[in-house]
Design a protein around this ligand. Structure first.
Ligand SMILES: [Zn+2]
Length: 274
């Protein structure tokens, strides 16, 4: 049995959390106690905690994420979410500086924010991330809200940034779903480009089984295209997906047995230094 690291987890313990409907569909209580129990039960030995959106559209403040990680007994490490303003960039860099041991990277919510990844507002953040070898995660693909901007969340928009900043580690969340083949090209093309497979499987659809097969087939093809699984990182996107569903997806990938531990933890350990 391989070690498992979950590189994409949300939690707020706030009643205004916009992910609560997803938790309900998955039959989850969506609290710290349940998350830690599910991690234990599924052999997940660590995870990265990201802000969920709260009502009104803003993400949960990063201080709350640091708090929840502090209460996790060392199981969760914070990723700081950075919005599109110079004050958000300054605050996030400052918070990362003051919590150097804990903070493992940053996240930008493309599509929820109508902004492209190479917007100059983020220059200072990328300078810091690059100098500290901290990855920047980007929401890519479908947005959980109906008014998200797919033009901005399309993974190919990250190509410009990856060309400009070859030294910056980029992670496309959700493998750009539904533009999975495009992310296959990005991880193939750019040495510092990675993708997580979080949030790809959600329960409750009539075609749940067929959809799982279809997504697994697309991710498998992207791995074949990239020529290996060195750039692919496991994540659940709890509470959007459960550890059981996310592990079922991994199980369906038609790849060599020795590629699975890379996806489950080795790649994350290298990229996030966890
Ligand atoms: Zn997420």
């Amino acid at each position: 049995m391989s070690r498992i690291f979950d590189a994409h987890v949300h939690l707020s313990e706030d009643s205004r959390d916009e992910l609560i409907p997803y938790a309900k569909v998955n039959g989850l209580e969506y609290n710290l106690e349940e998350l830690l129990r599910l991690m234990r039960e599924n052999g997940i030995t660590g995870g990265l905690l990201l802000s969920p959106p709260i009502k009104g559209g803003a993400p949960l403040p990063n201080e709350r994420i640091l708090d929840l990680c502090g209460r996790s007994g060392g199981l969760l490490s914070p990723i700081l979410t950075v919005e599109h303003s110079s004050s958000s960039v300054v605050d996030a860099v400052d918070l990362a500086r003051r919590n150097k041991e804990a903070v493992k990277g940053f996240k930008i919510r493309l599509g929820y924010l109508k902004v492209f990844a190479d917007d100059p507002a983020y220059d200072r953040l990328y300078d810091y991330a690059e100098s500290e070898d901290l990855p920047v995660m980007f929401h890519t693909g479908d947005t959980a809200s109906q008014d998200g901007s797919l033009e901005h969340s399309h993974p190919l928009t990250l190509d410009r940034l990856a060309n400009e900043r070859a030294g910056l580690k980029l992670v496309a969340c959700h493998f750009g779903n539904p533009w999975i083949a495009d992310v296959g090209e990005l991880i193939y093309k750019h040495p510092n480009f990675y993708a997580d497979i979080s949030g790809l499987v959600v329960s409750g659809s009539k075609y749940e089984t067929g959809y799982l097969e279809s997504v697994a087939e697309q991710v498998t093809r992207a791995i074949y295209f990239a020529g290996g699984a060195e750039k692919v990182i496991f994540g659940t996107d709890y509470p959007v997906s459960t550890p059981a569903l996310a592990l079922a997806l991994l199980d369906k990938l038609r790849i060599d047995a020795d590629d699975k531990p890379k996806i489950l933890w080795r790649n994350a350990a290298k990229v996030f230094r966890v």
